[in-house]
Ligand binder design. Structure first.
Ligand code: 4AD
Ligand code: MG
Length: 430
């Protein structure tokens, strides 16, 4: 007999099938029993009308507790009252794994309780919908980059030096040496771009950020494209193309999940290139107009980013930040070296910076000067300077934080729900 996953079941109406899953709840109405089963792909109502239906593994239908693992056999019927348009008329239920006193009931629990039970919380309809959207976002990112000639290349996770400042490094013992968990694969991706042209990495990165905000994780996933022979403008074009593709892909392929989490998709529909661009100077002007008091040279904080993003219906690039605010490797603007050819992409609805990117310095002398000014040891970064010695070319890249993108696309209050097992300032468990 055919085993069918719930999201495919509408294609098997009229047929006898087997569904494997977990009981989310059951109820009885006289002699009829309703058992709702989920299998990770969807939720199906199973109805026991036949008094001779077989129950194996427990004595009573009422013993099919929440999260009992079952194999259900029966015939699928069309039913337009059911969310997925079908219902299963049960012939037999076989218990595969018992479940008792499941701690997460379908009622309100506190966040700490839920996070303590994250290994079980991920089974809930809302969490599975988010994780399915996350997977679709990952797929769309890889598909876009693979289809546009980017080679997936994997920088190391254990690194000897900082890529994004020394204050947020996680140290590890590497036998007799000091090493760190990677904050960004960028420096290695620059080497790989000189080998392969267009490259990207996609993996976990680590920052010991003493920030307890709804946007910060200690371990987060970043996609980092890096392109040889690519200037600042072309870099922005890749970013808006990628983000537009990802959002439209999710809108098309994850309708059911977006409904489950009650996302207002009207806010996502306009997210198509081109995205608006404002310089840092224009951002200051707009912010002053909105009542913020900000000096030239100050960094934009979360409230500023939120206020700016609210002025647009799609993500907005803020470009040409003061060089002093940004990383040592960013190319200063030849028209005004006080600002860098850098841009942050701010998501709508208060989700803040989802991408940071820039053109990279390709001149060896300028790079070394910037490194001296940032007190970086040219021994540790010697190989990085080498890249500027052997056929150096203008090149650019960016890093997009997956969890912030998931939070934005799903409309979540906090990044902790965007990743299966979040690592936050005060939680490394479970
Ligand atoms: O702006 P960031 O620090 O840029 C870099 O690391 C560059 N080296 C990337 C590159 O050009 N290849 O980080 C990039 C993005 C941010 O825009 C944000 O989306 C995300 O990574 N991010 C975080 N996400 C969650 N928690 C944190 N603690 C994050 N820090 C950065
Ligand atoms: Mg940044």
């Amino acid at each position: 007999m055919r085993k069918v996953s719930i999201n495919d079941s509408a294609a098997y109406v009229g047929q006898q099938v087997i569904i494997e899953g977990w009981v989310t709840h059951h109820r009885s109405s006289g002699k009829i029993h309703f058992i709702v089963v989920r299998d990770g792909t969807g939720v199906l109502q199973c109805v026991v009308k036949n008094p001779d239906a077989i129950l194996e593994g427990v004595e009573q239908w009422s013993e099919l507790n929440q999260e009992t693992a079952v194999e259900v056999m029966g015939v699928l019927h069309a039913d337009n009252r059911a969310p997925i348009g079908v219902e299963l008329e049960v012939e037999s239920v076989r218990v595969i794994g018992l479940s008792e006193n499941y701690p997460i009931a379908p009622k309100e629990h506190g966040v700490d309780f839920l996070l303590d039970h994250r290994h079980l919380w991920i089974r809930s309809p809302r969490q599975t919908a988010i994780l399915r959207i996350r997977a679709a976002i990952v797929h769309a990112i890889r598909e876009f980059l693979d289809d546009h000639g980017f080679i997936a290349a994997d920088p190391p996770v254990i690194t000897p030096a900082a890529a994004e400042g020394s204050t947020t490094l996680f140290s590890i013992d590497y036998f007799d040496e000091h090493a760190y968990l990677s904050q960004s694969g960028q420096l290695y991706l620059e080497a790989l771009a000189m080998a392969l042209g267009r490259v990207y990495s996609f993996g976990p990165t680590f920052r010991a950020e003493k920030s307890k905000t709804r946007r910060h994780l200690m371990e987060f996933w970043m996609v980092e494209p890096e392109m040889a022979f690519c200037d600042f403008e072309e870099n922005l074009a890749w970013q808006e193309q990628l983000v537009g593709y990802v959002v439209q892909y999710v809108l098309e392929t994850r309708k059911q999940e977006l409904r489950t989490i009650e996302r207002d998709t009207a806010r996502l529909e306009p997210v198509k290139p081109p995205f608006p661009r404002i310089t840092y100077d224009q951002a200051l002007e707009r912010l002053r107009g909105a009542g913020f008091d900000l000096e030239w040279g100050e960094d934009l904080g979360a409230p500023h980013e939120t206020a700016l993003a609210e002025m647009f219906d799609r993500p907005v690039f803020v470009t040409h930040y003061p060089t002093a605010l940004k990383a040592f490797y960013m190319q200063p603007d030849s028209n005004n070296p006080l600002v860098a050819l850098a841009a942050d992409l701010l998501a709508p609805e208060g989700y803040g910076e989802i991408i940071g990117g820039s053109q990279r310095i390709h001149d060896p002398d300028l790079l070394q000067e910037r490194m001296r000014r940032n007190h970086l040891d040219s021994d540790v970064y010697g190989w990085y300077i080498d890249l500027r010695r052997y056929g150096s070319v203008p090149h650019s890249g960016f890093g997009m934080g997956l969890e912030r993108v998931v939070a934005w696309i799903c409309g979540l209050d906090h990044v902790r729900e965007t990743i299966p097992f979040p690592r936050t300032l005060n939680r490394v468990w479970p």
